[in-house]
Ligand binder design. Structure first.
Ligand code: ZN
Length: 126
């Protein structure tokens, strides 16, 4: 599945950050997901649960921020947030609109544990 390869590359990216910052574990991973990203939230969560245990990020919480779809009208240049998949300009009702955001699936930030103490705190909470 598409989601599994996305999650694997996400975890590799986070693993690199962990090494780079000299951390001992990852507490939380926050990603941004738009409605046109082409990924299913449930599948991402499923893939994450299965993949994360095999990586240094094990124990990390996945936080998915759902972003809304944004567009710009080619006729009146209005920029707006789309409601659902209604591809119509909110100002002039033109259908000549261009999507400007909402197709991403990307890493926003990572909460890295930097000492053994914070890592054991994390394990107790989990
Ligand atoms: Zn317009």
């Amino acid at each position: 599945m598409h989601e599994f390869s996305l999650v694997r590359s996400l975890l590799r990216q986070v693993g690199d950050l962990l090494v780079e910052h000299g951390g001992v574990g990852v507490k939380a991973i926050r990603v941004e997901m738009g409605p046109l990203s082409g990924v299913e939230r449930q599948l991402v969560e499923l893939a994450f649960d299965q993949e994360v245990v095999m990586t240094p990020c094990r124990g990390a919480r996945l936080v998915i921020e759902e972003v809304s779809l944004t567009a710009i009208c080619q006729d009146c240049r209005a920029e707006f947030q789309m409601q659902g998949f209604d591809f119509v300009c909110h100002s002039c009702e033109s259908r000549q609109i261009q999507i400007t955001g909402g197709d991403e699936f990307r890493l926003l930030d990572v909460d890295i544990a930097v000492s053994e103490a914070s890592r054991s705190e994390l394990h107790q909470r989990v």
